[in-house]
Design a binder for this molecule. Structure first.
Ligand code: BV8
Length: 245
């Protein structure tokens, strides 16, 4: 099955952990996934961080360390080619924090849940900064600027945890794209279990404006029936030929 676009089609892609699986990045909810052995609320919530910041830093540091020899795959590159063809008629919203879309060359990309290779202070107004450090000490990293001012403040990964709002403007940009596309919207969700909101609600928003929805996934997830079309298979194999020339 292939997606045929018209000259007025506008494509919104939503990617999840599944698009990075073929690059060797574990997904969250597959067997042996990232959440295995970790309760989500313990390692990906503000309460969990407040309770045990060192455990949370060990979880994210191990994910940073694993990214050292991970590269984008054919699925990421196929989306870069689609963006080059469509220009401003294309937008990519990713739930992923692995940075692989940007590494592949995607430019019109909204990182809905932040990014793994960035940290920020829990206290001062220092902007989030690039940080690839996999902290190995037995103490959670502290903010240097706060220390200069005689205060102690923890650093945290610049990532959206459960119960936290998405970065300002993220949803507005996605919703503006959906509204402006209207019936010309082609929504394509790739490699996501469709369990986490508000990302999981984008298929419903597509229907509301009369757009068409596609799901490209290894297996049918819980919300598969919400989509007009389902293409089963690995993203790296299906994406390069998904769009009819
Ligand atoms: C918020 C942390 C409000 C970073 C993550 C209704 C409306 C609004 C909110 C809620 C709501 N109901 C519940 C909520 C709260 C909550 C939520 O959705 N909970 C769920 C669990 C019920 N949502 C939130 O808290 C969000 N915040 O709404 O804020 C607010 C407003 C104002 C003030 C305060 C609050 C924040 C959500 C962000 C949470 N952070 N991650 C990190 O550690 O990564 S979410 C986490 O799950 C990841 O970011 C991940 O991206 C995301 C989704 O997972 P998937 O990407 O789908 O991955 P998964 O493993 O599940 O699935 C992979 C799929 O790929 C599988 O189907 C598999 O078959 C497939 N696959 C595998 N291999 C391949 C493949 N497909 C193709 N090819 C392959 N090769």
């Amino acid at each position: 099955m292939r997606i045929s676009l018209t000259p007025t089609s506008r494509v919104l892609v939503l990617s999840g952990a599944g698009i990075s699986a073929e690059s060797g990045v574990p997904t969250f909810r597959d067997a042996g996934g990232l959440w295995e052995g970790h309760a989500v609320e313990v390692v990906a919530s503000p309460e969990g961080f407040a309770n045990d910041p060192l455990l949370v830093w060990k979880f994210y540091s191990s994910r940073r360390a694993r990214m050292a020899d991970v590269v984008p795959n054919a699925g990421h590159h196929a989306l870069v080619a689609l963006e080059a063809e469509l220009g401003d008629r294309y937008l990519l919203a990713t739930q992923n924090v692995d940075g692989l879309h940007v590494a592949a060359g995607s430019q019109r990309v909204v990182e809905m849940h932040g990014t793994l290779m960035r940290s920020r202070c829990t206290r001062c107004d220092r902007p989030a900064f690039a940080d690839t450090t996999a902290y190995r000490d037995n103490v959670a990293p502290m903010c240097g600027r706060c220390r200069e001012r005689g205060r102690d403040a923890l650093l945290r990964p610049d990532i959206v945890w459960f119960g936290e709002a998405l970065p300002i403007g993220v949803l507005d940009r996605i919703e503006a794209f959906i509204t402006s596309a209207g019936r010309d919207l082609v929504f394509v969700a790739i490699g996501t279990s469709g369990l986490v909101y508000p990302a999981a609600g984008l298929v419903d928003a597509t229907r509301k404006v009369g757009g068409q929805s596609w799901l490209v996934n290894l297996e049918p997830p819980a919300n598969a029936t919400s989509f007009d079309h389902v293409v089963l298979g690995p993203a790296g194999a299906t994406l390069p030929t998904l769009f009819a020339p």
